[in-house]
Design a protein around this ligand. Sequence first.
Ligand code: BGP
Length: 497
Amino acid sequence: MNDNENKAFPKDFLWGGATADFQYEGGFGEGGRGTNSQDFVTDGSIQRRRQITLQLKDGSRSSVNSLESFPDGAEAKMYDDEYYPSHKAVDFYHHYKEDIALMAEMGFNVYRFSICWSRIFPKGTEEKPNPEGIAFYRNVIDELHKHGMEPLITICHDEMPDYLARHYNGWENRYVIECYVRYAKALFEAYGDKVKYWLTFNELNAIHGYSKIGVHKMTPQVYYQAQHHMFLASSLTIKMGHEMMPNAKFGAMFAMSEMYPATCKPEDIMAAYLQRRENYFFIDVMARGRYPNYAAEIFERKHVTLKKEDGDDEILAKYPLDFVSFSYYRSTTVAKDNFKCMDPMGIMGGNPNPYLESAPWGWPIDPLGLRYCLNELYDRYQKPLFVVENGLGAVDKFEDGTVHDEYRMKYLADHFKAMRDAINIDHVPCFGYTMWAPIDLVSLSTGEMKKRYGFVYVDMDDKGNGTLKRYKKDSFWWMKKVIASNGADLSLEYEKK
Ligand code: BGP
């Protein structure tokens, strides 16, 4: 056995959890919050995809699934008889003190959360931020510090003020860069002395459509143009952030899923390579600071002509990411005949791997793939790494005031071991881990509550009924033990203390 295998994690390793506002916070219509592009997305399931409800040009009601284009002239609209999970989510807005205390009790020293852009700038076009929105997150940050926790802020997690989507077509419009940078500046002015770690965007490689990037029609042209604007917004924000907060560190988050060739047939290996490359495209631009040479092949194949202005390339080159962060839930396989570049993450499933078991919502469980990703990402970018999402969505049985979720402990223990091996054996500099999601919240892909990730059970069902009361699961106590040992003790034994 290698002597380094069971060593603890590095001394200052950051252990914590991650959430996103529209899945967790709620507080719709409170504190001056403006409507957000995610507020029109209904609940759903694996069989029934989440819908964005619409009003058509002739005034009639319709809907599209959250990745599809709107019919001409249609606009997003809410209806009283629909359930929209983002409105209440699990109400962190009114439970933040209790939730942060629970996270602290497990020993977290970091908490990753996203700020709701429309809580700070309700329309996105205002000159001055909403003071109530600024105050809410200041209270959250102060509460974290009170408990010795470091905030890690996602500036934009798959959403935007609805006004910018509706009137400007979201990120397709270059004007939105200016709005985003003004928003980031307001955050840096308000919290710059309290927050060191920032993520400019969440999963740029996996966001499509109106709810996430504000565009009415999804074509490759619109998609890559929108991405170009997000790359620029990120770089300009990093520039400004470093000027305003010399100690701050910036990342952006990518959805990683190891994409293995389905067989050793050269055609499958090539298909897997091409699909991986298409996924890496986004990190390549932001971490290396330039479009990769293979971008030309993607743009030719998809008939994309990017509109760039003079100076864009210099901005990307001068202000790349300080660290690379990513989500990792599973791996997938790629064969020549299942190659589908536009949706590399297959958020609703993924191709099976005969060597792996799948989690309840179909994602193959592959801890070793995390070690592989960490090695590959470091080798590719030579930048420190942060695993900012990983966890198991499962159907939990609530009994005796708790959940006996050994399956969750096992999933996490195996992934922690893989991460520990990457750090201790392979010498990959990974400085933190935030588990998705420490308190149960609404699933992004299906809008369900029953796909639960947390160490803490929240009493709420798929339609938002319940007391919202929080209960510690068995894994709560286990995680507390793991953090207390700084990851040296990953056994499934624990005591409830
Ligand atoms: C990531 C998102 C999160 C989160 C997670 C789990 O892609 O950044 O917002 O929800 O996936 O996905 P789901 O909620 O669909 O299980």
